[in-house]
Design a protein around this ligand. Structure first.
Ligand SMILES: [Zn+2]
Ligand SMILES: [Zn+2]
Length: 219
């Protein structure tokens, strides 16, 4: 497997982490959260000799989906998103593109609506969808047990979590998602978040304690 990260600047503060996952045997490729800079994404996939199979969206926000229409037009690929965020793809209020003047409104259709526990295959690799609501009601994480890695979107960042003051957000749900669905993954799992650093030092007890007591201040 080859895994590449592209940091993509959008209209929102922190650059978005877009990931390209490539299976060496089958050449099947998945892009996680193509936020923009589609020319760079396409270039990378072409260098790898990849065939785009899936465009996986951790949630429906504009800073994660901005490049989807162009990428799909260029290379095809099925757009996958959790069923509870699928409607947000064509609701510019929920996907936040309505409220940010600089950004063009985005309206998109999903090709597949995912559920918790669904399995996604790329060659021999088997990814598991974990429904982690809270940042949005249909936020999902994607776990690859064989490589001990998880894509967490805007649910979990290093030592903190995503905003919960947006349409369909819930603070209670995001804390439940992190403690009950992500913190139970093996300690050496590498976290690939939607923004900021990739990390493998869960410091689980510290994080768990801080999260439970709400002591982490937003950065
Ligand atoms: Zn978001
Ligand atoms: Zn984001």
């Amino acid at each position: 497997m080859i895994l590449k990260r592209l940091k993509i600047n959008t209209w929102i503060g922190d650059a978005t982490n877009c990931y390209i996952v490539f299976d060496n045997e089958s050449k099947e490729t998945m892009v996680v959260d193509p936020a923009g800079d589609v020319d760079k994404i396409v270039e990378m996939i072409n260098i790898l000799g990849g065939k785009l199979k899936y465009i996986f969206l951790t949630h429906c926000h504009g800073d994660h989906i901005g490049g989807v229409p162009e990428l799909k037009k260029e290379l095809g690929g099925k757009v996958l998103i959790h069923r509870e965020d699928a409607d947000g793809l064509n609701n510019t209020n929920v996907n936040l593109t309505e409220i940010v003047d600089e950004f063009p409104n985005i309206e998109l259709e999903a090709d597949s609506r995912l559920n918790d526990g669904d399995l996604i295959h790329l060659g021999e690799m088997e990814f598991k969808v974990i429904h982690t609501p809270g940042h949005t009601k249909g936020s999902i994480s994607l776990y690859l047990a064989s490589e001990k890695l998880v894509f967490t979107g805007d649910t979990l960042f290093r030592g903190t979590w995503g905003r919960t003051d947006l349409p369909t957000s819930s603070f209670t749900q995001i804390i439940e998602s992190i403690t009950n669905k992500l913190m139970i993954l093996p300690e050496d799992t590498i976290v690939y978040p939607g923004h900021r650093k990739i990390y493998n030092d869960w410091k689980r007890k510290t994080n768990l304690f801080r999260i439970k007591t709400g002591k982490i201040l937003k950065q």
